[in-house]
Design a protein around this ligand. Structure first.
Ligand code: HEC
Ligand SMILES: [Cu+2]
Length: 380
């Protein structure tokens, strides 16, 4: 297969790009290829534009007629000249097309043996599936190995874009779409120790603020991941992080850590983590304000009015049913838009969410679980 010389200088491109930050960091094999081609085309355009525009100006001044004088017709024809300026540039055009097409085909053809991660896109959250029911909004991959994403949407068209990888693909409901890439560098040194602990403490009980901290909840530096297909009200919030791991052990350790509640984590804390990580927070608040769905404050143990006019007491079974079969009992005043989490949350996960909801109901004061979520051990 055709491959561009990765070491070819980007003409003046690299210089410019790093100086003006036109492009985000180049962190995948595609980045080098795409940027190289981009600058090649740009400079070919400049090469033609400058002399043509220069001649245009020069001649329009040189042959300017005094006012009032009639313009003469000039039908003189120069065949060699016309052939030359038609045929020569077409070599450039065909060249650009061939390089572009080859690189496009390369980016569309997933190599055999790529690590496969399933991606579940929904309004307005990402779920990256690492197998065995481990689903997390962050994308964690291995360096120098091709990763394939098998993507599906539950509702409308989304699009997954990782600028640093120059990789992007639409996700259309009703079918699987695929993309692949190979990361060539990590996003930087992992944050450990006090800085991480402070951030975790300050951020406790909220959806992790990637913009503010510039590292993930576990201290990893990351590349941005966006949805680039306008998909509704909270489209702009549909962003996540890509973490490139240097070793398989490190990646597996992370997967293990997010996979299930360790014995040292209480169900209430785990329930809160799931509430933040699994997209519930996008539709449900815990402070009493309505969002797309009702707030969880005071839900548990109270009587819920349903859309069909009946009522139900919010006990364990009701919450469980609401999570697994959201459409079977719809709360009055809300649209039945909640996605089902069947097959995505384990029984222990659901128990933990119920335990968390109990802490938010009226009788037990909703004390913020201050500082006890810091079980993260920072190895490395
Ligand atoms: C896309 C928005 C959305 C997401 C994401 C979502 N929900 Fe919902 N949820 C709703 C809506 C809307 C309702 C009210 C209508 C209904 O009952 O289906 C609801 C109702 C509920 C109820 C019943 C609440 C009540 O007041 O009686 C529970 C419990 C619940 N959701 C739990 C969850 C959990 C747990 C998660 C995350 C794992 C979650 N939801 C994610 C939209 C969402
Ligand atoms: Cu989207």
């Amino acid at each position: 297969m055709f491959s561009l010389n990765k070491n070819l200088p980007c003409l003046l491109g690299d210089e410019f790009a790093s100086k003006f930050q036109w492009f985000p960091e180049a962190a995948s094999t595609f980045s080098q290829e795409n940027d190289w081609l981009f600058w090649l085309i740009t400079w070919i355009c400049v090469l033609f534009f400058v002399p043509i525009a220069g001649c245009l100006f020069y001649f329009s001044l040189k042959y300017k007629k005094p006012k009032g004088e009639k313009a003469e017709s000039n039908t003189a024809h120069n065949t060699p000249l016309e052939l030359a300026w038609s045929i020569l540039p077409s070599f450039f055009l065909v060249g650009m097309f061939v390089i572009g097409a080859k690189s496009y085909l390369n980016q569309r053809t997933v190599p055999d043996g790529a690590n496969d991660i399933r991606v579940d896109a929904a309004m307005w959250k990402w779920g990256m599936d690492y197998g065995n029911g481990v689903i997390n909004p962050e994308l964690h991959i291995l360096i120098n190995e091709p990763t394939k994403l098998s993507m599906r949407s539950r509702d409308v068209i989304h699009s997954l874009f990782i600028p640093a990888f120059r990789a992007k693909k639409d996700i259309v409901p009703g079918r699987y779409n695929y993309m692949w890439f190979e990361a060539i560098k990590t996003a930087g040194e992992r944050v450990v120790g006090k800085k991480l602990a402070d951030a975790q403490k300050e951020n406790a009980g909220q959806v992790w603020d990637y913009d503010k901290w510039q590292f993930t909840e576990d201290g990893y530096r990351f590349f941005d991941l966006y949805c680039t297909e306008y998909c509704g009200k909270d489209h702009s919030a549909m962003q996540s992080a890509v973490v490139v791991h240097e070793t398989e052990d490190d990646l597996n350790a992370w997967i293990k850590k997010v996979s299930k509640r360790g014995s040292e984590v209480s169900p209430e804390d785990w329930g809160e983590k799931l509430y933040l990580r699994r997209g519930c927070a996008g539709c449900h608040t815990v402070d009493g304000t309505k969002r797309v769905g009702p707030s969880f404050k005071g839900t548990y143990g109270n009587v819920r009015p349903l859309a069909d006019g009946s009522t139900v007491k919010a006990d364990e079974n009701y919450v469980r049913e609401s999570i697994l079969y959201p459409k079977s009992k719809v709360v009055a005043g809300y649209q039945p838009v909640m996605p089902s989490y069947k097959g995505q949350l384990s029984d222990d996960d659901i128990d933990s969410i119920i335990a968390y909801l109990k802490t938010l109901s009226g009788d037990t004061p909703a004390a913020p679980p201050a500082g006890n979520a810091d079980t993260e051990s920072t190895t490395k």
